[in-house]
Design a binder for this molecule. Structure first.
Ligand code: HEM
Length: 505
């Protein structure tokens, strides 16, 4: 071998070795423990996200057990499992969203994906009035209408006498999708009318979520999917056409409003798009661009349906699995609401102590969004007990709060009573560690809508229907994979409806 070919092979090897050693021993995060592969390459995360199919959280559990409260999970990324760190990461204004994740969503120029805090707060200021308590109280008839329709659909399975198991996983998501589309446009694609609650868009969204991580690593794919010609999408199986279908529904709504702005005034109720499309003083008289309106629609529909639907699904499973919980919940509801045909609204329901404990416990075990939501430090700062340099990606999945045995003893147990029998000190500890909606300036915009939907859905379902689990196993809703939202292992929630009380339309 002559000198040139030795150099040709040797130089890259020396550079690579130096780079690896630098990353492991000398760079700004070298003091933090973690697997050496994670210190060197983002491939470590790719492996758990994509190859292990949403397996990162299991790995994080293992790492924290081995290394303690902070671990290095990427060349420039730390993950914490310390409640103090959660407050620091998600409450401080000098951390911003990490773009790689948020740019991989089809939510262009939308509330959830804005990185620049000024853009985010401008959009929030514009949307906030639609998510205030008084707006949500006015929205109740719309929410109630969709719940009535859900119960009516459920009751037909009972009337037909065949007691066919109902897929509540899809039924709840159909109701929550119809609620949020109605609030956006005063129109829906009628997910609740689909046979078996299997509207192709919803089925597609459920299937699509498990391949979504790839977009984070190959962002060009999002562009390709968004711009795929119709003839190509038409060749795909029906459930893989959902993305095009959802975009078509959204763009026809937006274009309809743009062509005929009087449509906005003709809706029976205020709509989010009325708020967005009428030049608004809060947005300095600007109307968001069409791209931004599309992005916002996709964000609101996605964020508004699967989260609430997921909490209802997980809560219903646990309630039906625990006869004592089920009985106590129904007794409380019967006591305050003896005549089931009389109206029952959010403001009365939120005062019920057992129902409140059931909703909180459902939020705790369903989590909402399980991923470690990444933020970038804008300055050198203290996170938990650790010094973290500027421009580091930091995160903490909320599951490390919700499943922390020091805060919630026997954390895997669905136990609404923990919220009722706790000492005031423990209660405030639990409340201070329940953050399904995250916190700080980027916390959930739809939190008030979500609480309202959860109270109304749980109360109406459990007061007006008598249902039992069908084909459930001990292991359902115990383990999940992380696809931003949890995708649960085991059987999906199916119920058999034994009876419906009161009149249904
Ligand atoms: C139980 C139900 C819900 C849960 C657990 C939940 C949870 C969350 C969480 C954890 C975030 C922070 C995400 C991040 O930092 O990237 C978030 C953001 C957001 N959520 Fe929700 N959410 C729920 C329901 C809703 C509903 C009904 C809407 C209404 C459309 C909604 C709209 C949003 C929006 C627009 C954001 C982005 C806020 C921002 O980045 O400034 N969510 N949600």
């Amino acid at each position: 071998m002559d000198i040139d070919s030795k150099t040709y092979i040797g130089l890259p090897v020396v550079c690579l070795t130096t780079f690896i050693l630098f990353r492991i021993f000398f760079d700004k995060l070298s003091v933090y423990p973690g697997p050496w592969t994670a210190r060197v390459t983002k491939g470590y995360r790719f492996y758990y996200d994509v190859v292990q199919s949403g397996g990162l959280l299991d790995e994080l559990h293992r790492l924290h057990k081995k290394f303690g409260l902070v671990v290095r999970i990427g060349p420039n990324e730390l993950h914490f499992s310390d409640p103090k760190a959660f407050f620091d990461i998600y409450s401080h204004s000098n951390l911003t969203k990490e773009p790689t994740l948020y740019n991989s969503f089809p939510f262009h120029e939308a509330s959830i994906s804005y990185i620049d805090p000024v853009d985010a707060s401008t959009r929030r200021d514009l949307l906030n009035p639609m998510f205030s308590r008084s707006s949500i109280l006015k929205l109740q008839p719309v929410i109630q209408g969709k719940i009535d329709k859900l119960i009516s659909r459920i009751s037909t399975s009972h009337d037909e006498g065949n007691c066919k198991p109902i897929d509540m996983h899809m039924a709840y998501r159909s109701a929550t999708m119809d609620i949020i589309t109605s609030y956006c446009f005063a129109d829906t694609f009628d997910a609740l009318d689909a046979p078996g609650f299997r509207h192709p868009i919803l089925v597609g969204l459920q299937t699509g979520v498990t391949s979504s991580w790839i977009l984070k690593y190959m962002p060009w794919m999002l562009h390709a999917i968004e711009n795929a010609p119709d003839w190509m999408v038409d060749c795909l199986p029906r459930e893989h056409q959902f993305f095009r279908d959802l975009r078509q529904f959204s763009s026809s709504q937006i274009d309809g409003y743009a062509l005929d702005p009087t449509l906005l005034d003709r809706a029976d109720q205020p709509t989010i798009f009325h708020q967005l499309m009428v030049p608004n003083i809060k947005a300095q008289g600007h109307v968001p661009s069409r791209r931004s309106l599309m992005g916002e629609t996709m964000a609101l529909l996605a964020a508004g349906h699967d989260t609430v639907g997921g909490v209802c699904t997980v809560g219903t499973f646990h309630i039906l699995k625990n006869p004592a919980v089920h009985t106590q919940l129904v007794e409380e509801l019967r006591e305050v609401w003896p005549d089931v045909d009389s109206p029952m609204g959010y403001q009365r329901l939120e005062k019920l102590t057992y129902l409140t404990a059931v909703v909180k416990e459902s939020l705790r075990l369903a989590h909402g969004i399980v991923s470690n939501l990444p933020r970038v430090t804008g300055v050198d700062m203290q996170i938990g007990d650790h010094y973290v340099p500027k421009n580091t990606v930091v995160s903490m999945s909320v599951i490390f709060m919700h499943l922390n045995p020091d805060i919630f003893p026997e954390p895997e147990r669905f136990d609404p009573d923990r919220w009722l029998r706790a000492s005031s000190e423990r209660l405030s500890d639990m409340n201070n560690n329940l953050w399904p909606f995250s916190r700080g300036s980027r916390m959930c915009l739809g939190i008030t809508l979500a609480w309202c939907e959860l109270y109304l859905i749980f109360a109406h379902i459990f007061r007006r229907t008598n249902m039992e689990l069908s084909n459930a196993s001990e292991h359902d809703y115990t383990t999940f994979r992380d696809f931003f939202v949890p995708v649960w292992d085991g059987n999906r929630l199916h119920v058999v409806v034994k009876g419906v009380e009161g009149s249904v339309e």
